[in-house]
Design a protein around this ligand. Structure first.
Ligand code: ATP
Ligand code: LTN
Length: 326
């Protein structure tokens, strides 16, 4: 049995890209592994957050974790700031990370845009992520390709400390998505679907109403060829719709191409609306049941207790190796 750790920031509502790219693998992995899935609220404050909204988003993400099929009996679901070990280990790792390697992180470069006033937390973001992972002795970290550089830094830190202080950390491996699992924006199929893009029609939120889903899909950017065929280079819009169709229906792209031979984009889009609504309806129903329930707070409190027990053990080992405390 392997140890799995992953996290999602509570920075807004999740879309089908997050679901098809990340959350679905979380659900698959819970069957045969020991999984820790975290709502990483301390990461989210590296950019300004409205405190009331943040609390609400934390519960939304946790409820969505459960609504998509994470089972608290199989996986530990918890909120990062409820386990103090993350912040403690973060400091110890900070003292072993180099400012040079941090300044090479592309996410930092993108988000800070060279501003003098960029928060130091944004600079140190990948160290906190390394602390999340190393605290649980995780073997595998399922994430999107965008996190590759952060996983590499985590591995470097673990190896560096193991060499200097003796065997302390498990060196984790990333589990990255295949190219097909990257969902693109509906209005611009050359950019990834994103929570933060200004155009609401660029994405399908997991909690979107059927009418919004219909509007976004029917308006999705395509091309003028009129042939339903997968070709990322020349037909990124149709290829993206085929990918989403395939992911939700379980049919292969070839099967879908054959099914729609001789038909126009309209019928593909119409059916995709139905398939997407059908896939999201049960998730939305479960979300409604879970979001205000005692089960949600109980799950998070129990999850935090379970996570804390593991974290405490790791911290005792780390402090002993570093000669901290008594
Ligand atoms: P966004 O730009 O949507 O805010 P993000 O990467 O900040 O994206 P997170 O909540 O941090 O979103 O990511 C949660 C998980 O979803 C990560 O593992 C990320 O790689 C994955 N993910 C995000 N967008 C997509 C997408 N369009 N297709 C596939 N996976 C995605
Ligand atoms: N940086 C990640 C979120 C994240 C994470 C983690 C993912 C924070 N800590 C630990 C995996 C493991 C993101 O933006 N997707």
């Amino acid at each position: 049995m392997k140890r799995i750790f992953s996290g999602v920031q509570p920075t807004g509502n999740l879309h089908i890209g997050n679901y098809l790219g990340a959350l679905r693998q979380f659900v698959d992995l819970q069957e045969e592994n020991e999984c820790f899935y975290c709502v990483v609220d301390m990461h989210s404050i590296t950019v300004p957050q409205d405190p009331k909204l943040l609390r609400s988003h934390i519960l939304d993400i946790a409820a969505l974790y459960m609504a998509v099929g994470l089972d608290p009996k199989k996986a530990t679901i918890f909120v990062q700031s409820q386990v103090s070990g993350h912040a403690e280990l973060n400091w110890i790792l900070t003292c072993n990370a180099y400012t040079g390697e941090l300044s090479r992180m592309t996410q930092f470069k993108q988000k800070s845009q060279n501003k003098e006033s960029a928060p130091a937390g944004l600079f140190c973001y990948p160290i906190l992520m390394a602390a999340d992972i190393l605290l649980y002795d995780a073997d595998i970290v399922p994430v999107g390709n965008d996190q590759k550089q952060h996983i590499e830094l985590t591995r470097d830190l673990a190896i560096r400390i193991n060499n200097k202080y003796g065997d302390t950390f498990v060196v984790p491996e990333g589990r990255f998505l295949k190219a097909g699992a990257r969902v693109m924006a509906l209005d611009d199929p050359t950019a990834k679907m994103s929570k933060s893009a200004p155009n609401e029609m660029s994405r399908i939120g997991l909690l979107d109403e059927p009418s919004k889903i219909k509007k976004a899909i029917m308006r999705a950017t395509t091309d003028s060829e009129g042939v339903i065929r997968f070709d990322i280079e020349n037909k990124p819009g149709i290829s993206n719709l085929l990918n989403i169709y395939s992911a939700f229906s379980g049919k292969s792209v070839e099967e879908i191409e054959a099914q729609y031979e001789g038909q126009g984009y309209g019928s593909l889009k119409k059916d995709l609306v139905e398939i997407t609504v059908d896939a999201l309806t049960p998730i939305q129903q479960r979300f409604k049941e879970i979001r205000g329930s005692q089960l949600l707070t109980d799950t998070l409190n129990e999850g935090a207790a379970r996570a804390d027990a593991v974290a405490k053990k790791t911290m005792a080992r780390v402090k002993e190796r570093f000669g901290l405390g008594l």
